[in-house]
Design a protein around this ligand. Structure first.
Ligand code: HEM
Length: 392
């Protein structure tokens, strides 16, 4: 249990049929309120596996070469080391540069394409970009195209996994842009899916960002030993107190990682409860959030399967109490997602709970009653599945 950065999963057993609870933590360390300078990390990207396969069958010597720090992974993708940039866990943004060069050469098809120095930009709104230097030299030099840090792919970004202040983005979907397509002489068009992007960045070791100054020179701030103005007959003095509130993170924690549903026979419904999850929106932006869930098919070791759609849930949501008094007009409201029935349930992404823009400050606890409809055609056995909860 506990706070888990990134996508968070768990297994669930039903009579030993299992369902996994998964949670995503977005932004972890409250200390990381300001942009963090990048000192390490790497980009794991294969550009496009079918292109690697195409070029690899060619007569390049070698067909694919890496240099300048880039290396080839065992699975044929590339590793580019981070060279700089910043990321901001609280804002969910990043711009990280990676170094290294990959050259695809295919003399028999008369082209050489160089992809170098990729940069990953995460905008914080679920989108991002992959920039790179890309050069095409074809047909003996009569076709040339040179791009310098051009946006060659758009990214669909998800919350980063945060571990001790380091961030990683895993498997971000990448789509070729028109700029990127231009470097492939029309053999790929804009909109072509590229290999997913996995990028990490770690912080420069050193002291945390300095705290905001608290107006030390304010002449109206008498220090403890500074006597106030002489006011004969009066014993009053004033002290002005300042506090800097910096934005924190949007986080998700789960009270457990496994759920065992009740035993059921074919035709019956196995029931149980999702482990309570707590969403804390300490970003201070009141930007709203959604927590959605989706489950895999339930499978058994004997090869049996209960489709994911058969898991239904009835979500619950409450604002987590605090003894502190909120300012007038500040509203912290959370709404439970609508119930979905077995048969048309969690095979697709469903909302567990959400808070709208303007009312998402603070912490909320969400849960759900779970009902797994077991088709009459099901074989006996122990089934399990993984439920993934994603906070964004
Ligand atoms: C500017 C020069 C060229 C570029 C940039 C280029 C690029 C490409 C790309 C991007 C693909 C698609 C790979 C994939 O994802 O499946 C491709 C496929 C292919 N290209 Fe080229 N190509 C060039 C020239 C040529 C030439 C001159 C020939 C023939 C002599 C050729 C023959 C082929 C063939 C047969 C395929 C299909 C390969 C397969 O599906 O396995 N290409 N090329």
């Amino acid at each position: 249990m506990g706070t888990s950065p990134g996508s968070y999963r768990a297994a669930m057993l039903l009579g030993a049929a299992g369902l996994g609870a998964a949670a995503v933590l977005f932004g972890a360390s409250p200390a990381l309120a300001a942009p963090t300078e990048v000192s390490g990390g790497s980009l794991d990207w294969g550009f496009k596996s079918s292109f690697r396969a195409y070029v690899s069958t060619g007569n390049g010597t070698p067909p694919i070469a890496t240099s300048g720090g880039a290396t080839r992974n065992a699975d044929g993708t590339f590793d580019f080391p981070a060279t700089g940039g910043t990321y901001d866990v609280a804002a969910g943004t990043a711009s990280v540069s990676y170094g290294g060069t990959v050259v695809f050469s295919y003399p028999a098809h008369m082209f050489e394409i160089t992809v170098a120095n990729p940069t990953v930009v995460v905008d914080g709104d679920g989108t991002g970009s992959l920039l790179a230097d890309v050069d095409l030299v074809a047909n003996g030099g009569t076709t040339e195209q040179h791009l310098d840090q051009a946006e060659i792919a758009t990214l669909v970004t998800t919350a980063p996994t945060v571990t001790g202040g380091d961030v990683s983005f895993n498997g971000l979907a990448a789509t070729l842009t028109a700029d990127g397509a231009s470097a492939f002489a029309g053999f790929y068009t804009a909109g072509t899916a590229l290999d997913p992007v996995t990028a990490s960045a770690s912080a420069v070791a050193g002291p945390a960002e300095p705290e905001e100054p608290t107006e030390p020179t304010d002449p109206e701030t008498p220090g403890p030993e500074t006597p106030g103005p002489e006011t004969p007959g009066s014993g009053s003095a004033t002290q002005k107190i300042t506090a800097a509130v910096t934005g924190g993170a949007l986080t998700l924690t789960s009270a457990g990682e496994t759920v065992a549903l009740s035993a059921a026979t074919p035709g019956q419904t196995a029931t149980g409860n999702l482990n309570a999850v707590t969403v804390s929106d300490l970003r201070g932006t009141n930007a709203g959030w959604d927590l959605v869930g989706q489950v895999t098919d339930f499978t058994s070791a004997a090869g049996g399967s209960v489709p994911a759609e058969n898991l239904g849930w009835t979500p619950t949501a409450t604002v987590a109490g605090s003894s502190l008094k909120a300012a007038d007009g500040v509203r912290n409201a959370v709404a439970a997602g609508g119930p979905v029935a077995p048969g048309s349930g969690l095979g697709t992404s469903r909302t567990l709970c959400s808070a709208e823009t303007g009312s998402s400050l603070g912490s909320s606890t969400c849960g759900a009653a779970l009902n797994l409809g077991i088709p009459e055609s099901s074989a006996a056995g122990e089934y399990s599945a993984v439920l993934t909860l994603t906070l964004a």
